[in-house]
Design a protein. Sequence first.
Length: 462
Amino acid sequence: MPLEFNDDPGAARNFLLRLTMLSTVETYALAAAAVAAAYAAARACGLEETPTTPKGTAHHTEEQFAAFQRFRRLSVAGFALGLAADYVVAAQLYACVRDDLPLLVVAELFATSFAAAWAARTCLRPAIEKALGLRNACVLALLCVALSALTAALHGSRHGLHGFLLAGRVCSGVAQPLLQLTFHGWQGAVHAARGWPALWRRDTMREIGRGATLAAVLAGAASEAVYWSCGDRRAPLIFSALVALIAAGLTFIAADAPATTNAPLCGGDAEAGLGRFFEFPRDTSGGRSFRGAVVTAGAAIVDAAAAIALVAWAPTVARADPDAPFGLVFSLTMFAAVAGTQIFGAVAASSKRFEHLAAASCAIGGLSFAFLATQPVGLGAALAPFLLFQLAVGASKPCLAALRGKHVPPDQRDVSARAQAACAVIASVAGTLMYPNHASVVYCACALACAVASSPLMRLTA
């Protein structure tokens, strides 16, 4: 039966019935086509990128430009390869340990990494940067990624080493804020120390964005290709550990920034300690900032729901397809998030009022989790909600970041970031630990939270 409508009144019902009868290959192909279509449509509506010529600053010498190019290649390659290695572990961890560990233990592993990431962002990262320097802190992050991959592979070869597996998840949590924040701080510090023009810095940031996108989209698919070639789920993890070590070597030989004792922390971290946490939310006039609290709460809900989706997507898809290509599915979810980011870019090209987009993203996320709470049957019903949710997450992340800059007073943004991170990690850890035995309850909670966040975000335009 062709997948098209006709004049028969029952054509729509037959079409939907045909969708539920698709084969496994047809389902994955249809999901990939839908995500690609969303990406292409958003890309077509966005602004064209203006090409830049980093060399176009006459008073800088050829030697300076050559040094800049070398640093950019090494730093971006180290960052992108390290990020890809970390994504491989996220894509293959459940597939590697599901035959030996119950889902509750897998959830505990993810919860451990979430808590470790929050602790590292809040307390450990500044101390690591101060003790090792920015570049060496980046190298440490890549070594932690390699250890995370190796411990997961080690469990696959020698059962019962749960302590090593748990230590690997702690390493993964410590590496996350270093990869996300310290790399950017190091690259910015080197640019400032060398006196390179802002145009060169923008070019480096653009290359970082491209590298992160390629890592997210290709890492899972590449790991699945390695698995198909070797026939062993440990192979992608071992390969990712080697990639992380190569990335650490590239980062180590790149230029370093001079140590500065009074440099501000980067990445939106609160610099005044936990004492100011309880002062939020206040605006500059001393009154309560309702808009800032709404944006912070909405961002925390999205972060927590995204963390729970990271835990839930693999077991949910595996129930519908025991032989699911986990790496390919992970790449598909990341591509959906990239398509969502393109949707934000298309909206930004025409309007600077992002409140409606943020509200719509939360509403779509709520609908996705509400559908999952009904315990759908079939691969398509298991895969589609996660892809739709990732599409919404990709649009909401930059949108909520822009709204925080708009509605949260400048002197409270660091505190807002700390409050958002704390609330998100508490909710994600609790939801992750509850998920194995109460999946429907967790899905319903996520759906309700996203729906509750949607209405206040919509009213911010009033």
